[in-house]
Design a protein around this ligand. Structure first.
Ligand code: ZN
Length: 288
C-alpha cells in the first residue's frame, strides 16, 4: 500500500506545483480554457465546447481521451451529458483515479474560473507532466460533468459497469484548488454519507490518503503545503461533506482525498476565505 500512496501523492504534488509559476503550461491553459468556455453552466452548450477543447488538448499531448456519455434527470427533465477519461497505463492494473468536475459554478464570483476550471485544467497539467514517464500504477484522469447541479457525472461514473472499480485503490478529487487561503485536504466523513444513488455502496472513511498527502507535501517544501481543515460545528478536523465528486467513490468503499482551497468556516489569509469564491467580489475577481 505504501507505494500506491506514494504514487497518488506524486500525482497531486505535480498538480499543485503547476500553479506555482504563473507562466507555466497549466496556468496558461487555465486562462485559455476559461476564456474559451465561459462559465460552463450545467446543461449548457458550453459543455460540448469544453469537452471538445479538452479532448483536443489531450490529443495534442499524445493521449486518447474517451468520452463517456450518460443521462441524468434534474428538475423534471432528462439531460444527456458526458464525462471524459484519460488512462495513463502503469505497470500494475491497480489504479488511482484523479477527478475534477469541468462544469462551472454560475452567477457571481469567479464565474467558474476557480470552481472548477482550476481542478479540470490541473488534470491536463498532470497528463503533461506524466507523459512518457514510467508509472508503477495506472492513473485515470476523469473530468466529470454536472457536479454543480447534483454531482451527476461522478455518480454516473461509479454506477457504470464498464468502469471496473475493483482495481481502484484511491480517488483524489480536485475541486476549487485555488482561490482560497490555503490548500486543505479532506477525507470522507466518519458519519457515512447518504449513498442511496450509488449501486452496491460500501462506505469507506479511510483517511490514509489524506494523511500521506499531507506528510509528503511537508517533505516537498511546497510554499504553503497542505493543511488539515479545522474542526467546526458540522465536521470533525480533516473531514468534509458529500458535496463534491469524492462522495460516490467513498460510497463505493474507495479511500478518498479531497483537495480544496476553500475554507468555509474562518476568515482566511488576507480575508480570502472560501465563501468569497461564490459571492460577488468584483473588485477581486476582475483581476482574473
Ligand atoms: Zn466545484
Amino acid at each position: 500500500m505504501n507505494k500506491i500512496i506514494k504514487l497518488s501523492i506524486f500525482v497531486c504534488a505535480i498538480a499543485l506545483s503547476n500553479f506555482t509559476h504563473a507562466q507555466n503550461y497549466t496556468w496558461d491553459k487555465l486562462k485559455v480554457f476559461s476564456a474559451a468556455t465561459h462559465v460552463r453552466g450545467a446543461a449548457s452548450d458550453e459543455e460540448l465546447q469544453a469537452l471538445k477543447w479538452l479532448k483536443a488538448e489531450y490529443q495534442a499531448l499524445g493521449y486518447k481521451a474517451e468520452v463517456q456519455p450518460f443521462t441524468f434527470k434534474a428538475k423534471g427533465k432528462t439531460y444527456k451529458s458526458n464525462n471524459l477519461e484519460v488512462v495513463l497505463k502503469g505497470q500494475s492494473a491497480k489504479t488511482i483515479v484523479v477527478g475534477a468536475h469541468y462544469d462551472g459554478i454560475t452567477g457571481t464570483g469567479s464565474k467558474g474560473f476557480i470552481d472548477n476550471a482550476s481542478g479540470a485544467i490541473a488534470l491536463l497539467g498532470v497528463a503533461k507532466q506524466l507523459r512518457s514517464k514510467p508509472l508503477p500504477y495506472t492513473v485515470k484522469l476523469v473530468h466529470f460533468w454536472a457536479e454543480e447541479i447534483g454531482i451527476y457525472g461522478s455518480e454516473a461514473y461509479v454506477n457504470n459497469k464498464e468502469n471496473d472499480l475493483n482495481n481502484v485503490i484511491g480517488m483524489i478529487n480536485l475541486d476549487t484548488i485555488i482561490g482560497g487561503d490555503y490548500l486543505y485536504i479532506h477525507s470522507a466523513e466518519s458519519k457515512a454519507y447518504l449513498c442511496k444513488k450509488i449501486i452496491q455502496s460500501n462506505y469507506s472513511v479511510n483517511p490514509q490518503l489524506r494523511e500521506k498527502l499531507i506528510s509528503l507535501s511537508k517533505s516537498l517544501n511546497l510554499k504553503d503545503g497542505y493543511k488539515v481543515h479545522p474542526q467546526n460545528n458540522s465536521y470533525k478536523e480533516g473531514q468534509t461533506g458529500s458535496w463534491s465528486d469524492h462522495y460516490p467513490f467513498a460510497c463505493k468503499g474507495i479511500p478518498v482525498a479531497y483537495l480544496e482551497s476553500t475554507n468555509f468556516f474562518i476568515n482566511g489569509k488576507d480575508g480570502y476565505d472560501g465563501v468569497t469564491i461564490h459571492q460577488p467580489r468584483i473588485d477581486f475577481w476582475n483581476k482574473w
